[in-house]
Unconditional design. Structure first.
Length: 427
């Protein structure tokens, strides 16, 4: 009888084990089911400012992971932020050991938060950095290792989304590069190369995602003009202004380039190359505003930029496209500089400005002599080897958007005014 009982118990256990194995096999064979989502991917690409170099991290990764019900993700559609490396083996190793000693504040963190707040709950915001520090644009373009790594990450994000049967689109890329093309004098045409980058990356991304819409570039403006060893602010032929001027011209004239902001309004670490963490966060808000306009098919504001320039004898009149009037000379947010940052440089390397004033949407500059053949400049100045709002190349002209739009960073409120972009234009 005892033997029979044992046989019955064994048979019953065998039956339960078989049932359990069948259930496990069924679960393994079943594809995991997800609610339908749309992944909006806006990564940042460039050199060290894109990677947040020296910007001490103030975004808490746990908070970012849980923000908006976890809708902010990396290229792996996970929440493992801060492990960037162009070497895939090193990047994976950093993830395994949770190495975050070189994890910095990135523009895309605050950008993603603003996008998550503004877009529906069926939207996932995919962010990650790409690029390489201390690198000129030619070495970040198609065919280079940083470019291919960046493209691989976009493809990885796309495949991860498709495995969940989610829609995936890259409406824009945040561009933060230009410092090396000022300091190294590479004798390349920056404007041509930046436009070619946009064309190449747009084509390569569309080959991956098969999206109908083109890929925009949300472009910042580098502040590093005084970092060039040859820099003299009154020199008529100013090589150092070519990069920021090229960025401005593409934003003004090319529908595929959208503005974030110039960078002279921020504080820089050691007042040198890299904007600090608060600057990265504030810049992210400007990127988000342009990104939202792109997503919602709104008109490109083009920022606070010169629209036309007129000259009559000894006077220059610069007419501006002003997103939020009125124009203001702000000497509190940005330390006051001579003539509020404006200069008119003669072919004899002389600044001939006598006075500068605002009239409506225009700046009127009175000069000591006839202005024909001169160059009118804004924020092409500053102390050698400095950047930012205190001693770097800067100006004091802004609009009044910050009355209506503000940002909270570290419990402090900052107005989000549009500041005038640096320029160097021959009259």
């Amino acid at each position: 009888m005892e033997v029979l009982n044992r046989l019955c118990i064994f048979a019953l256990m065998k039956e339960k084990l078989f049932s359990l194995l069948v259930i496990l096999m069924f679960l393994v064979s079943c594809k995991e089911s997800y609610e339908h989502k749309t992944v909006i991917c806006i990564p940042v690409y460039g050199q060290s400012l894109a990677l947040g170099e020296e910007a001490t991290r103030i975004t808490d990764f746990d908070s970012l992971a849980s923000y908006a019900d976890g809708r902010i993700v990396t290229e792996n559609l996970d929440h493992a932020y801060g492990y960037f490396d162009n070497n895939i083996i090193k990047e994976k190793a950093k993830r395994i050991i949770h190495y975050q000693k070189r994890s910095f504040e990135l523009t895309i963190y605050s950008m993603a938060e603003m996008l998550a707040d503004s877009l529906g709950k069926d939207t996932i915001i995919c962010i990650f950095p790409g690029g390489q520090g201390t690198t000129a644009i030619k070495d970040l373009s198609k065919g280079t290792r940083p470019y291919q790594c960046f493209l691989d990450n976009i493809e990885s994000a796309y495949k991860n989304a498709k495995e969940r049967e989610w829609d995936f689109v890259v409406p824009a890329i945040c561009w933060m590069q230009g410092e090396s093309d000022i300091e190294e004098y590479p004798e390349t045409n920056y404007k041509v190369l930046l436009k070619k980058f946009q064309t190449d990356i747009a084509n390569d991304i569309r080959n991956i995602t098969h999206q109908a819409k083109d890929v925009r570039i949300v472009c910042y403006q580098t502040n590093n003009v005084s970092g060039g060893r040859k820099f003299k602010e009154n020199r008529f032929n100013c090589q150092e202004s070519i990069v920021p001027q090229s960025q401005l011209e593409l934003i003004k004239d090319d529908s595929l380039f959208w503005p974030s902001s110039p960078t002279y309004l921020y504080d820089f670490v050691r007042e040198r190359i890299h904007i600090n963490a608060i600057g990265q966060q504030l810049h992210g808000k400007f990127v988000a505003m342009s990104a939202l306009d792109i997503i919602h098919n709104k008109q490109n504001t083009k920022g606070l930029t010169p629209n036309s320039i007129e000259c009559i004898d000894n006077e220059v009149v610069i007419n501006f496209k002003v997103p939020y009037p009125p124009l203001v000379f702000d000497t509190t947010s940005v330390y006051k500089i001579k003539h509020y940052g404006f200069s008119v440089i003669s072919p004899s390397n002389k600044d001939i400005v006598q006075s500068v004033g605002i009239k409506g949407n225009s700046i009127h500059i009175k000069c000591s002599e006839n202005v024909a053949g001169c160059k009118v400049r804004y924020a092409i100045n500053g102390e050698r080897m400095h950047s930012g709002r205190i001693h770097g190349p800067r100006g004091n002209l802004r609009d009044s958007q910050g009355i209506f739009k503000k940002a909270q960073v570290n419990r402090k409120e900052y107005p989000l005014h549009n500041w005038c972009w640096q320029f160097d234009i021959i009259i």
